[in-house]
Design a protein around this ligand. Structure first.
Ligand code: MN
Length: 200
């Protein structure tokens, strides 16, 4: 089945005031849809059609050279945005609990130290990309990727991705990426992150 943009699990305006309705509409309906359309066009009629984006992204080096870059960017756009929408909730914010909280403390010293590191990774990502909380099979790490790359390509398990493309924040925050990141922490759905962590 071709990739599809999943419906949001909340209203477009549900993340206000942290992320505004117009940003959500354009980001979800236009930007995400464009990644999906381009990924489907590139994969159509190939043996890769129908594979889940996560699998495709772990096997990029096996893709034919003429579609490798377009698939990397657009299957990446599909996987990253599906994760991104599900990582947010109007009931989000606060702190993780249980074993995830313990793992964050073990890796970063404290939840506040983790937040500072993730924010730093997002602020310092030059151009477009993501900051991630990921598990590298030894523990939790903060990493950053350019464009629509995902840590899964490097053998890690992505748990939480912060989209720092300008399309994610420019209408609401203009050039103030640090303010967007601070606000975004108020909508992070730690229950979803916990489920990904428990699934490793
Ligand atoms: Mn985006």
């Amino acid at each position: 089945m071709p990739y599809q943009v999943p419906a949001l699990r909340y209203d477009y305006d549900a993340l206000e005031p942290h992320i505004d309705e117009q940003t959500m509409r354009i980001h979800h309906d236009k930007h995400h849809q464009a990644y999906v359309d381009k990924a489907n066009a590139a994969l159509e009629g190939t043996e890769w059609e129908g594979l889940r984006p996560r699998e495709v992204l772990t096997r990029l080096d096996e893709l034919p050279g003429d579609i490798r870059t377009v698939v990397r960017n657009n299957a990446g756009g599909q996987y990253n945005h599906c994760m991104f929408w599900r990582s947010m909730s109007p009931e989000g914010g606060g702190e993780p609990e249980g074993e995830l909280a313990e793992a964050i403390d073990a890796a970063f010293g404290s939840f506040d130290a983790f937040k500072a590191e993730l924010k730093d990774a997002g602020v310092n990502r030059f151009g477009a990309g993501y900051a991630w909380l990921a598990h590298d099979n030894s523990g939790l790490k903060v990493v950053s990727t350019p464009n629509q790359d995902n840590p899964v390509t490097d053998g890690m398990t992505p748990l939480l991705g912060l989209d720092v493309w300008e399309h994610a924040y420019y209408l609401g925050y203009q050039n103030r990426r640090p303010d967007y990141i601070d606000a975004w922490f108020n909508v992070v759905d730690w229950r979803t992150v916990y489920e990904r962590f428990a699934d490793i």
